[in-house]
Design a protein around this ligand. Structure first.
Ligand code: 13P
Length: 255
């Protein structure tokens, strides 16, 4: 059995006050409701502390959007696993396509970050996904296989229990053009079979695979109804408490 996980990735949005307002409003929306899904909120670094405080006792989990792979040292502007842990962070997003695209994160860097996070007791949301030209060129599976293998190589089956994969086709991010439920299902099934090839069927069956890319209240339920789509990583539609709450409420229980 695997957990449905719905995560909000706010990217570079919201100051501390706006983040706090969201949490108040979201908790109000979710009042008296026990969501089927695990809910993760990933604010920018500057709001982690305030959101951690407000989420205490809520059952919702706190996530960061990035991490450095070293413990400490001369890495101006970077944040380590230990620092995130000290703020009560549970999850960290690693390898988001925006980090790969705009900040030069290679498969090798992503793999180092995954290892550091897991060995520091943080859970990882590992993002993978193809560009439009890769999809049009018929190499989607090749790209996904390369990204998954590079990031998971050398991990133990035990570590995989603290890892989630988010399939985020780049052409669907922030474009309003989501993958069709069937496109998402096909990619998720392929990712699961790649993980099965590396770690065995049992590990792969328990792995939560989220879909990300223009998830909205209107399309979430249908996307998440597919057998291998186990949650969502939501950007734009997670910035408003009511729309994120609608997505959470429409998410099915564990599969
Ligand atoms: P959008 O939901 O805005 O398309 O962003 C998806 C995403 O990149 C989440 O990490």
């Amino acid at each position: 059995m695997r957990k449905t996980i719905v995560a909000a990735n706010w990217k570079m949005n919201k100051d501390v006050d706006e983040a706090s307002e969201f949490v108040y409003a979201f908790q109000e929306e979710m009042k008296d409701l026990d969501p089927n899904a695990e809910v993760v909120i990933c604010p920018p670094f500057i709001a982690l502390d305030a959101v951690a405080e407000l989420l205490q006792e809520s059952g919702f989990k706190l996530g960061a959007q990035n991490i450095h792979y070293e413990n400490d040292g001369a890495f101006t502007g970077e944040i380590s696993a230990r620092m995130l842990k000290s703020l009560g962070v549970h999850y960290v997003i690693v390898g988001h396509s925006e980090r790969r695209q705009f900040f030069g994160e290679t498969d090798e860097i992503v793999a180092k970050k995954v290892k550091k996070a897991l060995s520091s007791d943080l859970k990882v949301i590992l993002c993978v996904g193809e560009s439009l030209s890769e999809r049009d060129g018929g190499v989607t599976e090749k790209v996904l296989e390369r990204q998954v293998k590079a990031a998971l190589d050398g991990l133990t089956a035990q570590q995989l229990t603290s890892l989630v994969i988010a399939y985020e086709p780049i052409w669907a991010i922030g474009t309003g053009r989501n993958a069709t439920p069937q496109q998402a299902q096909d990619a998720h099934a392929f990712i699961r079979s790649t993980v099965a090839g590396m770690f065995g069927k049992e590990v792969a069956t328990s792995l939560t695979i989220q879909y990300g890319g223009s998830v909205k209240p209107e399309n979430a339920a249908e996307l998440l109804s597919r057998p291998d789509v186990d949650g969502a990583l939501v950007g734009g539609a997670s910035l408003k408490a009511d729309s994120f709450a609608k997505i959470v409420k429409s998410s099915p229980a564990s599969k």
